[in-house]
Design a protein around this ligand. Structure first.
Ligand code: SF4
Ligand code: SF4
Length: 456
């Protein structure tokens, strides 16, 4: 392995005295015992490795890997029981699935994939542990210190100040044409309310101060002057996250395609009772399609997806796919440079999180202090970890509505990362977010034959 690897001068550097720092996250039952066996058998392997014991590889979290790099690691390896040998039945199958998605995310970010490895090493395979660690250490020694990552880790510069023109275009709303009120939609809302099918309905209305529309809840059809083409205004599915709505009774939502897809994801994740929601469906051309239940919505989305190319996730705009294609045509070092510049602009306002219907944790781990998952400041390490983990958290869930990107005051192309994860979900697992409300959430699932050609 080491002989064939050539260092990428743009992302690495070699020194004659360099001794890499390697972090190994190992399962307590198999690999840790295998490493112990190597020691008691007096086998020799490089002392560069710091082994951290996990109860199971299923406990591995991508933040551990990112944190290891941000704290100075030059290479990270995760190792545990062989498939079928997990002491908790399927922890390693789940880890494997997450690792597949994680590798694609790292690749999109321009992280050097030669610096991350995964291995299956049993308690009886002390010799395999020695060989794997020796080979990996040689490989990282040849690549040199991971300077681009360490540079990010050292960047403790204060918050970015937004360029004035960017901030103004955000706050004034910019060009965002909105359509007229559709009387048919208002009639449908009135009928549903009169029949007791819905208690409250949410939709977009004209804003009196900004050119962007704003969402409102109405409890009377009289008040409903909903727009059918609200432009890049966000995703209304996020509005139903409010727990105060639960005792209200059936709710209605004026929904476009990506809003309907987001509702499907929320049903998959048991965040929404499909019997408790009525859809007033509108099409991209502003046409009001009709009043629907979620079963009809699923059929409608199923029909629409038939028109999407087989290798493309649904929901994302052609511009987003084009940007992602252009990005992936660059070298890893160029991709890294691109995301380093984008990430540096982040002010950690969390508007991306607030606008996303999929972000529904009561307390976001990004703001937790005990334990602190990663740095909370808007600086190099904090921003990198936030961007990377947010994209990973949304793998298999993001429907490509673009609400996060539209809300971002720093103009970071967040949808490109979402599209990269959506492509990975489709390519490896045939999973399209928001299409089938009965599908098992991607990261809660596994298949015994999930790919593992990259695992040592
Ligand atoms: S909306 Fe943009 S600036 Fe705000 S936290 Fe998200 S990525 Fe950072
Ligand atoms: S991550 Fe962005 S594009 Fe994806 S569902 Fe959330 S708001 Fe929409």
């Amino acid at each position: 392995m080491t002989e064939t690897i050539k260092s990428d001068p743009a992302t690495t550097s070699n020194t004659s005295v360099f001794e890499p720092k390697i972090v190994a996250f190992v399962c307590k039952w198999c690999t840790y015992a295998g490493a112990d066996l190597a020691g008691t058998s007096r086998q020799v392997y490089p002392s560069n490795v710091r082994a951290l014991m996990l109860p199971c590889t299923g406990r591995i979290d991508v933040t551990f890997v990112l944190r290891a790099f941000l704290q100075g690691a030059d290479g990270v390896i995760v190792s545990g029981c062989h498939p079928g040998d997990c002491h908790y039945t399927a922890g390693n199958f789940r880890a494997r699935r997450r690792w597949i998605l994680f590798r694609d995310l790292l690749d999109t970010l321009g992280v050097d994939l030669r610096r991350v490895e995964m291995a299956w090493i049993s308690a009886a395979e002390g010799t395999k542990w020695v060989k794997t660690i020796t080979t990996f250490t040689d490989q990282i020694r040849e690549l040199g210190p991971y300077e681009p990552m360490h540079k990010v880790a050292e960047d403790r510069s204060p918050d970015t100040i937004l360029p004035v023109d960017l901030a103004l275009s955000y706050y004034s709303g910019g060009e965002n044409p909105i359509s007229a009120v559709d009387p048919k939609l208002q009639e449908a809302v009135g009928e549903a309310m009169a029949a007791g099918k819905v208690k409250v309905v949410v939709g977009w209305v004209r804003n009196t101060t900004l050119s962007r529309p704003r969402p409102v809840w109405v409890a009377s059809a009289e008040a409903a002057k909903f727009l059918t083409q609200p432009g890049d205004s966000g995703n209304l599915a996020r509005m139903i996250k409010n727990p105060q709505l639960r005792p209200v009774g059936p709710i209605g939502i004026v929904a476009r395609t990506t809003e309907m897809m987001a509702l499907n994801v929320l049903i998959q994740e048991a965040q929404l009772d499909p019997a408790n929601v009525v859809i007033f469906a509108v099409m991209p051309d502003g046409k009001f399609l009709g009043t629907m239940d979620m079963a009809q919505v699923a059929a409608l989305i199923g029909e629409q997806v038939k028109n999407v190319p087989a290798d493309q996730p649904a929901g994302f705009s052609p511009e987003t796919h084009k940007l992602l294609d252009e990005l992936m045509a660059k070298t890893p070092a160029e991709r890294w440079q691109f995301w380093a510049e984008q990430s540096a602009k982040c002010i950690r306002c969390y508007a991306c999180r607030g606008s996303c219907p999929m972000c529904n944790c009561e307390q976001c781990f990004a703001e937790k202090n005990q334990p602190q998952w990663f740095p909370t400041a808007a600086d190099g390490p904090g921003n990198f970890a936030w961007q990377a983990f947010r994209a990973f958290h949304l793998a298999g869930r993001c429907v490509g509505c673009g609400a996060c990107q539209d809300a971002c005051p720093a103009g970071i192309p967040l949808n490109v990362l979402g599209a990269a994860m959506a492509r990975s979900s489709l390519k490896h697992f045939g999973h399209r977010a928001g299409v089938d409300p009965k599908a098992v959430p991607l990261q809660s699932d596994f298949r015994p034959d999930d790919k593992e050609s990259f695992i040592l």
